[in-house]
Ligand binder design. Structure first.
Ligand code: IPE
Ligand code: IPE
Ligand code: MG
Length: 248
């Protein structure tokens, strides 16, 4: 069988792909299992897309793993997710290193339970020198949290005379975001058939191509990922210009 991978133009890859991994709970329910079973099965999709991104040598892959709003889920589910995070990091660090993948995070990670936070720091340190794909996990992340932090930090620096209000540019704002040093995602994918952004990367996705798929996250495979990259490459990104201007 032909793979969508063969259709991908290696010279026109996105530098940064972001994914809202959604649908674990509904997938579990459809299989007559508790929600946590869906999260457990979602881990293999994380492994698959990380491998797929590494194979294509995509520079940044950001995965929305846990939002600030998700803290309000039942404690049992939150605890299960935290436990899964620790066990996954433990079991996957070796593979990340083997695939030359560097782990980073964005989000209010200080809110994570200490064992989770410590494990994360360990994995970040262990993979810090890898030069392939950066796997960026959004954990305890929300865009409004990030924007609030940005405004607080810029205000403080203005107050302390470090920056002049008139000198603030888009680049200044980007440099105060959790995603500083990363390009904006050219492509944002959401699984599970929901058509919303759910407080994710609002500043960074200003001109991202959006792709919504009905596939539930635990069913999401490398081949789905390759298919979406191939679809992305058929699109014309105009950035407000006319088609004629872009084609020149
Ligand atoms: C995504 O799946 C994973 C997290 C948000 C942690 P959900 O848990 O949101 O699954 P659904 O949307 O309820 O099916
Ligand atoms: C978004 O999914 C957050 C993550 C994927 C981590 P949710 O399932 O929390 O979003 P809503 O509640 O459907 O908007
Ligand atoms: Mg959901």
């Amino acid at each position: 069988m032909n793979s969508f991978k063969d259709k991908i133009n290696r010279n026109a890859l996105p530098n940064h792909v972001a994914i809202i991994m959604d649908g674990n709970g509904r997938w579990a329910k459809a299989n007559g299992k508790p929600r946590v079973f869906g999260h457990t099965n979602g881990v293999k999709s994380v492994r698959a897309v990380t491998e797929a991104a590494a194979e294509l040598q995509i520079k940044y892959l950001t995965l929305y793993a846990f939002s600030t709003e998700n803290w309000n889920r039942p404690a049992e589910e939150v605890n299960a997710l935290m436990g899964l995070l620790v066990s996954t990091i433990e079991s996957e660090t070796e593979t990340l290193n083997k695939n030359n993948v560097r782990l980073t995070t964005i989000g209010d990670t200080k809110r994570l339970p200490k064992p989770v936070y410590d494990k994360l720091l360990e994995c970040i340190a262990s993979t810090a020198n890898n030069t392939g794909t950066t796997l960026n996990l959004a954990l305890s992340y929300s865009s409004r949290w990030e924007i609030r932090e940005m405004v607080k930090n810029i205000s403080t620096d203005v107050k302390n005379g470090k920056i002049e209000p008139d000198s603030i540019t888009d680049d200044t704002i980007a440099s105060y975001m959790a995603t500083k040093n990363m390009p904006d995602p050219e492509l944002l994918i959401r699984t599970s058939g929901e058509y919303r952004i759910s407080n994710f990367l609002l500043w960074q996705i200003a001109y991202s191509e959006l792709y919504f798929t009905p596939v539930m996250w635990p069913d999401f495979t490398k081949e789905h990922f390759f298919e979406i990259i191939a679809d992305y490459q058929t699109r014309e990104r105009r950035f407000g210009l006319t088609g004629e201007q872009v084609e020149k």
